[in-house]
Write a protein that binds this ligand. Structure first.
Ligand code: IMP
Ligand code: MG
Length: 174
């Protein structure tokens, strides 16, 4: 296992502050609901909510799309649903990473059925891959190469979520 820093804690903090400013300006007076997808989105969400300066609420959803390895299992399961109705609300879905787009594509369609006033997605990372699903992403923190990354909420087999930076994890080579 080898970890190589891709995005430092300082770079993350700077970009999260920018996203917070952008979201605050866009949703002024609208009391948006920032929904994060557990578990991967929890650190990004915790930092972003403090960077958003307008009144807003938070909520959480638990989903599972990976079975513990580095490849998508192809299915999305809702493990924990929202604690409230989102009808008429301005929902911003917070996600750690857009990889195949399977998770966000599924959740977007699923949550739009609940008639929010608006729906946008804020993903910290977007992987550079040509075969990803076509899902509108309103806010993207960083575009990254198609590598397996960990840290700042992202895991490999439930480990490394606590790393303060984003690092590429190489599984081979010892
Ligand atoms: P997607 O459905 O393929 O876009 O994958 C979304 C989910 O897969 C993310 O929320 C992550 O939990 C997980 N995932 C995808 N790529 C990575 C990665 O590079 N590191 C850690 N988790 C990842
Ligand atoms: Mg994961």
């Amino acid at each position: 296992m080898k970890l190589t820093t891709l995005i430092s804690a300082e770079e993350l903090a700077r970009r999260v502050a920018e996203l917070g400013t952008e979201i605050s300006a866009k949703f002024e007076g609208k009391r948006p609901l920032l929904v994060s997808i557990l578990k991967g989105g929890f650190i990004f969400h915790a930092d972003l909510t403090r960077a958003v300066t307008i009144p807003h609420e938070v909520d959480f959803m638990g989903v599972s799309s990976y079975m513990g390895g580095t490849e998508s299992s192809g299915t999305v399961r809702i493990l924990n649903d929202l604690s409230q109705s989102i009808k008429g609300r301005h929902v911003i879905l917070i996600e750690d990473i857009f990889d195949t787009g399977l998770t966000l594509g599924y959740l977007r369609n699923h949550l739009l059925l609940r008639s929010p006033a608006s729906f946008s997605i804020c993903t910290l990372l977007r992987k550079d891959r040509t075969d990803a699903a076509d899902v509108p992403l309103e806010y993207v923190g960083f575009d990254i190469p198609d590598e397996f990354v960990v840290g700042y909420g992202l895991d490999y087999d439930e480990l490394y979520r606590n790393l303060p930076e984003i690092a590429v994890l190489e599984l081979s080579g010892d």
